[in-house]
Design a protein around this ligand. Structure first.
Ligand SMILES: [Zn+2]
Length: 290
């Protein structure tokens, strides 16, 4: 029996995605939307990934999907060639040859309600969620509940050291794990979270009165200066691990398009593959001046 007449198309899946994540909500520098794929092509199966990299392309081709929905843009900056001799050009060729469409929902999914950081906050059971950084009034994304990152209350207060171990246990496993900055004995009740590179929102976490802020890609100087100014304690998780939780939410949303089967990639695309703690250096006391 042929069911091709009733299968949703790439355009149908795109419409479903854009109802929840309007492209106009993306940051100006961002590049979201359909990257590859004929809008009229039928879609039976979709793979949700954080990154379009050779490993997740292999996964998509092996699973026979018709479409990939990715969080990170494959082509963020201008390109003058997609020759298959280049890293990204190779991926473009593989996907087009296999008739696999590619769609990106990035900062428009970060800012949405529910968005990327709601799924991250749910791993910690945070209650009373509110946005960490609200879009400017007048911007397309401005609206109730929307914003980058989330703040909420932990079900039980815990020390920073306990929270770091808890975070490593509830987030998807990576070699990086979780590291924390600040007094390990500090009590954390209110936690701010932001999926992906969140050091642009350190001041928001301070202004919101969070006890701790969990994000990824924190750097030496901004983190050190933030702590020296008595900002919230910091937890630095693997970038992939902070965004992977959202893929389950994305997949559940896509299942609302009738006839679409959705798969979620658990391939850890974080670049770090080895973590070695220095002997006897765990949970050191914060250095005090004077
Ligand atoms: Zn990211």
């Amino acid at each position: 029996m042929s069911t091709s007449a009733v299968l949703p198309t790439v355009a149908d899946v795109v419409a479903e995605l854009e109802r929840r994540y309007p492209p106009a909500w993306a940051e100006q520098w961002d590049r979201v939307g359909l990257v590859l794929g004929e809008p009229r092509a039928p879609v039976r199966r979709v793979l949700c990934v954080v990154d379009v990299v050779p490993g997740t392309v292999v996964e998509a081709l092996a699973a026979g999907v018709d479409m990939i929905v990715a969080h990170h843009p494959l082509l963020l900056r201008g390109v003058s060639s997609v020759a298959p001799t280049t890293y990204k050009g190779r991926i473009v060729h593989q996907l087009i040859k296999a008739d696999v469409a590619l769609y990106v929902a990035h900062t428009n999914a970060d800012v949405a309600d529910p968005g990327v950081s709601d799924a991250l906050a749910a791993r910690f059971g945070l209650a009373g969620l509110r946005p960490l950084h609200r879009p400017a009034p007048g911007s397309a994304a401005h609206g109730a509940g929307r914003g980058i990152g989330r703040i909420g209350e932990l079900p039980e207060p815990m020390t920073l050291a306990e929270l770091a171990r808890h975070a490593a246990a509830v987030l998807p496993p990576t070699a990086w794990g979780v590291r924390a900055a600040g007094d390990p004995r500090r009590t954390v009740r209110t936690l701010a979270v932001s999926g992906g590179s969140g050091d642009g929102f350190l001041a928001d976490a301070t202004a919101a009165g969070a006890d701790a802020y969990l994000t990824a890609d924190l750097r030496h100087h901004p983190a050190g200066e933030h702590l020296a100014a008595d900002g919230p304690a910091l937890l630095d998780a693997a970038h992939w691990a902070t965004e992977r939780p959202w893929l389950d939410d994305l997949a559940a949303h896509l299942r609302e398009a009738p006839g679409v089967e959705t798969l979620v990639s658990d391939l850890d695309t974080d670049p770090w593959t080895v973590h070695a703690a220095s002997p006897a250096a765990d949970d050191k006391e914060p250095r005090r001046e004077g």
